[in-house]
Ligand binder design. Structure first.
Ligand SMILES: [Fe+2]
Length: 172
């Protein structure tokens, strides 16, 4: 039977959604490798704590995305985005080009962590909107909870940079 225009539109959006979901899953998984490196390179205990909490949250986010794949009856699949690999490379460059145990290095690590965070905030925000359009309420809710936590992490990093680390780096 011929599909209605609305159904056709939805199935295309569904395909786009799955594609974006794979990319976000790849990004979250890659963060499981990147965050420990950032944490190890950080000298501020506060920054180490924020990154450690972020790592815990990331494990939870990976699980939530797997649940979404399952709900959609799609195998769990990761797609590696060039953007995430590029941002991860930038984080390595910060470590290579700054001195160990300096606030300047910590300031650079925060920039890298926030670039990762902003990528994820954009992805979660867009996917949550698409889920809403597709009337996938439960999936939208799952995405919103991770989006909320990503924003929280981002705010923590901003506060840490503005109140402590950037000032200290300015005195080095
Ligand atoms: Fe995340």
């Amino acid at each position: 039977m011929e599909k209605t225009v609305q159904e056709k539109k939805d199935s295309r959006l569904e395909a786009l959604f799955i594609d974006e979901l794979k990319e976000l899953y790849g990004a979250e998984q890659h963060q499981l490798n990147v965050l420990p490196l950032l944490k190890k390179a950080a000298s501020s205990l506060k920054l180490q704590n924020v990154l450690a909490n972020h790592l815990d949250a990331t494990r939870e986010h990976v699980q939530r995305l797997a649940v979404i794949f399952e709900k959609l009856g799609h195998p769990v699949e990761a797609r590696m985005s060039a953007a995430i690999l590029g941002i991860a490379r930038e984080a390595e460059q910060v470590i290579e080009t700054t001195e160990k145990s300096t606030a300047t290095r910590d300031a650079g690590l925060i920039v890298a962590a926030q670039k990762l965070e902003h990528y994820e905030i954009t992805s979660y925000g867009s996917l949550a909107q698409h889920a809403q359009t597709l009337d996938w309420d439960e999936i939208e809710e799952i995405l919103e909870s991770s989006l909320y936590e990503e924003k929280e992490q981002d705010d923590l990093l901003t506060t840490l940079a503005e109140n402590y680390i950037n000032k200290e780096a300015g005195r080095e």
